[in-house]
Design a protein. Structure first.
Lengths: 337, 337
DNA sequence: CAGGATATTGCAACGCTGTGCAATTGATGC
DNA sequence: GCATCAATTGCACAGCGTTGCAATATCCTG
């Protein structure tokens, strides 16, 4: 019972540690500051006292002084979407490795939530904000930048000056998808998307459509609902029931593709790739499973994440504000080679 | 060019706003504090000035005073695992609704990362810490609690005093799984798990094994590797190649179950549920897809999340520190009824 | 051992906001 | 117009850590 048993232990500050160690508060601070000048002797005393008291530097106070909290905010619609989760995961890993800490703000796809998320970013004096999904009002983005934040937008090239852009070459990939389907002998193509209407999905759609037009191929389009798998499933029910059903489909998302595939196989008894060729986008883990083996485009998530880390590491803004990443085709078994 | 174009705008503080609005700093503070006394007139002046300057309350300073930052830390192994993602998503949603903000700390399954995550929690004076995966050193947990944090451990009932526990009734479910397989006419059972060895997985394993023993049924066990899907797939290759292969399997995780299922179907040409009955755990979204239709146990993620929110809302610790949630069976098509 | 260079240390001010307390303002009643 | 009471407002301090500056201690050299 030697331990103080006040129900709510007064928070332990550097003062307490200094007192116990018999040094000044500055010494304590310097002990926990990289590159500060402290003699090994006092450092040892301080560490011992800190250990005994359970002292941990208050990053709120530290952030107050430095005008940067060490927090990076990631704004994302929902973490359950595998591709978004992959981006957040990879980015978080990189940022943690460089000593930052990640605050996740989910918007559930509602625009008003994006704005309030941006405000949280400002409230916590985040070092940077990464927008994975949702289109934030450009005025707020400007405010963030004026406050010295780095802002990085992933896969959405709005016409805003200031933020960094990380883009995947949707157009090139969509065009290639069309070409691949044509080469596989498909005569009637399908474009399957959702009603979400995010910039990158739209980019894939339009690029695919123009490519198909240039090739003189017929294209049927389905946009059935907002949710990934369900949109693909319903799209399949719509398109495959028609008298002349498509024999090659490009789905703008793996989730959509898998929904499409399941319905094609289970409800329409089609075989892939014999009766139907199918291409997805993102290369989420499920796409590689034995049951699906979906041919798709891989987004170089890891590379994107490490690029983001590099951008944030750089003190002064880098030269080129927008960086493109290729989406590479992953050949599996839903397309005839 | 009326705009000030200093490259780095000095951060805008309440002082600046007060100056512009012609009031005291306290007035600004009170304008942004719920329940404080401000006349409508000055509030309007302050709001106008704040808007013009792009002022946002500094939550770091606010947290410094209140000894609570409004941040809740969630410690999780990886976000790409669908079930973990679901928990984080649901919890985040609840917490954001009550005005908190979520900091995600990923550990990639490495124990040393758990400790450093706990330290971040302390550094940022988090209001609470939620441990979704990984077993934190109990000394650090104690420190967190001493610092006034709420600590909630999900699905791991270590013998530590202090934190709240949120548990799913693994034993009941695993026992039921055994019973269901028996009733479906299975004679030779399989238990498929991973080498991860987390408390909840072990609980499911042992409960299933004892139930099988009591029923007098033979059980083969496979623990093949750490990763979900891969572990299931390899487990299937191990077990189904034997001369007397099992005809009913309980997989401690949906990911494992789906790997098992794919290999059973694709590599061993088995039909479910005719040749093989299969039960999973978690009810991740993919389990409900047409291509799988996996019978599994649903973890009541949403209910757990709202319970967590309630715990954190309560000022003084609630009475019962551990709460159990039932895992309900979801009948689909991988088991004969 | 003196002299000077260098490494440590403490002081005090600063960053930003919340809040108790006292003073001021405004409103109300007669 | 004056007393009384409630509503606002401003002052000044607290909360915690960092850092420039000056003072002190330590070390090296001759």
């Amino acid at each position: 019972m030697a331990k103080k048993s006040k129900t709510k232990k007064a928070s332990v500050s550097a003062n307490k540690v200094a007192e116990l160690a018999g040094v000044s508060r500055s010494a304590v601070s310097r002990t926990f500051t990289d590159g500060a000048s402290v003699s090994p002797k006092t450092r040892a005393k301080v560490m011992a006292a800190a250990e005994k008291l359970g002292y941990h530097v208050n990053h709120l106070a530290r952030g107050l002084i430095h005008h940067r909290s060490g927090i990076v905010c990631i704004i994302v619609a929902e973490l359950e979407a595998p591709h978004q989760a992959a981006i957040v995961e990879a980015t978080t890993r990189e940022l943690q490795a460089m000593g930052k800490v990640v605050m996740v703000l989910t918007t559930a796809g509602r625009p008003e939530n994006v704005a309030s998320a941006l405000r949280q970013t400002l409230n916590y004096r985040a070092d940077a904000t990464i927008v994975v999904s949702g289109s934030p009002p450009s005025s707020l983005i400007e405010t963030c930048i004026e406050h010295g934040q780095r802002v990085i937008l992933i896969n959405r090239d709005d016409a805003i000056k200031g933020p960094h852009f990380v883009l995947v070459e949707n157009e090139v990939a969509a065009k290639e998808a069309c070409l691949i389907l044509k080469r596989a002998g498909c005569r009637h193509l399908a474009l399957v998307s959702s009603t979400a209407g995010t910039p990158s999905l739209i980019a894939r759609e339009t690029a695919f459509l123009t490519a198909a037009e240039q090739s003189g191929l017929k294209v049927s389009v389905a946009r059935a609902g907002p949710t990934g798998y369900g949109a693909g499933a319903d799209g399949a029910r719509q398109l495959l029931a028609a008298s002349d059903r498509p024999d090659g489909a490009f789905c703008v998302t793996d989730l959509i593709a898998l929904g499409f595939l399941d319905v094609a196989r289970v409800e329409f008894r089609l075989r892939l790739p014999e009766d139907l060729c199918l291409i997805g986008f993102d290369d989420i883990p499920v796409a590689g499973w034995l049951g699906y083996d979906l041919t798709t485009f891989r987004q170089p998530v890891r590379e994107m994440a490490s690029h983001i880390a590099k951008v944030l590491e750089d003190e002064d803004g880098m030269e080129n504000l927008t960086t493109h990443f290729p989406a590479q085709i992953v050949w599996r078994k839903t397309v005839r080679p």
